[in-house]
Design a protein around this ligand. Structure first.
Ligand code: CP3
Length: 344
């Protein structure tokens, strides 16, 4: 069993901790030689579908970096397969989704599914990771938030300007709402299945919400994210993460979450003031800062900790995922700096 008073979980509840807990988004990934070695033999999707290997990748950063939480090795896009969409990860272009969702009828073709069955391999990875962690640190489950998933579906992959997504919102709001409703329900069920399998906390990644104006976010995204978060099994902390949303943090907070993710485009104290002190915050070192020398990393960590001011409810993290170019020693230096400089 995971200790419910572990500093990571205590910080999610905004309780005092003896140091600031820290983990890194995308910590289980391509910057790690252990991961690259496995990837030489297996495709990314194959790794996700091998719970024994996925659990091994999940726990590697805990031992290697000394972080205070593990995040499940999986991907936000895995949920698209049981919806009946094709999913591939190409070498150069990232994820490629075989979908044609342009109307309400298209949305109605999407399949409904039971996550325990259709994504049983993810649940098995949760169970195996929990067993392998032996209660050492909490395990974070995750999903894409409805908007970010919808953008991948409509764009059929990543995008620079999200023009197809915005065009659908503006030209056929009914179809858009139908799609967001589907995703909102599916994501809630998926996260609850991860919690039932043993996830101690969950993070919702709304990575690309920042492409929207505050008004469009409020009208076309917020209600669906809010419904997802409201459906999460009570008692499990929810981290609500997004990027590029410094100008609409109040709305992000309104959608819900015990902890709000902040990217590096805003000072941590200003971001915390914007979301209010009735929630925790997670962040917010620029992931590129890990390319700097450890001494430089240390003073940047110190600045963020100063801005947090020792207030309960801060989880240290990057403002977005760790870059593949990051030297592992620099990630270790960051974790050590957080632990040392925040000890109280
Ligand atoms: O945090 C972790 O280490 C846990 C695992 C995890 C992955 N993806 C593994 C992965 C998590 C939490 C994600 C989330 C994810 N996936 C997001 C949201 C976070 C963010 O960065 O904004 C998004 C947008 C995706 C979609 C996705 N998956 C893309 C765009 C890509 C290709 C580019 C990239 O980032 O690597 C992936 C592939 C992916 N997901 C890899 C890993 C380890 C790399 C696969 C490989 O080995 O080639």
């Amino acid at each position: 069993m995971t200790n419910p008073n572990h500093p990571f979980l205590a910080a999610c509840r905004r309780e005092k901790t003896s140091y600031t807990p820290v983990w890194l988004m995308r910590q289980a990934g391509r910057y790690m030689p252990e991961y690259r070695k496995l990837r030489a033999e297996f495709s990314f999707l194959d790794l996700c579908k091998r719970p024994d290997l996925a659990a091994e990748i999940t726990i590697t950063p805990v031992n290697r970096l000394g972080v205070d939480a593990a995040i499940l090795f999986a991907d936000i896009l895995l949920i698209l397969e049981p919806m009946g969409l094709g999913l591939e990860y190409s070498k150069d272009d990232g994820p490629v989704i075989d979908a044609h969702i342009r109307s309400r009828t298209d949305v109605e073709q999407l399949q409904e599914f039971e996550p325990e069955e259709a994504l049983s391999y993810v649940m098995e990875t949760v169970r195996m990771s929990r067993a392998a962690l032996g209660g050492k640190v909490p395990l974070i489950g995750f999903s894409g938030a409805p908007f970010t998933l919808a953008s991948y579906i409509v764009e059929r992959g990543g995008s620079r300007n999200y023009l197809l997504t915005k065009k659908l919102i503006y030209s056929d709001p009914g179809a858009w709402r139908a799609l967001m409703e589907r995703l909102s329900t599916a994501v809630g069920k998926y996260l609850n299945a991860q919690i039932a399998a043993g996830a101690d906390a969950v993070q919702l990644f709304d990575s690309w919400a920042g492409c929207l104006s505050p008004d469009d976010y409020q009208k076309y995204v917020l209600p669906y994210t809010r419904a997802t978060i409201a459906a999460i099994t009570p008692g499990t902390p929810v981290i609500h993460f997004s990027t590029g949303t410094a100008g609409m943090l109040k709305l992000v907070k309104e959608a819900g979450g015990d902890v709000i993710g902040l990217d590096w485009r805003i000072h941590l104290d200003e971001g915390w003031a914007a979301v209010g002190n009735d929630v925790g915050v997670q962040g917010n070192l620029d992931p590129a800062a890990l390319l700097a020398k450890p001494k430089e990393i240390r003073w940047r960590v110190e600045d963020i900790l100063k801005r947090a001011g020792g207030r309960p409810g801060h989880i240290f993290n990057l403002g977005h995922g760790v870059f593949p170019e990051t030297p592992v020693e620099h990630a270790i230096a960051m974790v050590e700096a957080v632990h040392e400089l925040s000890a109280r």
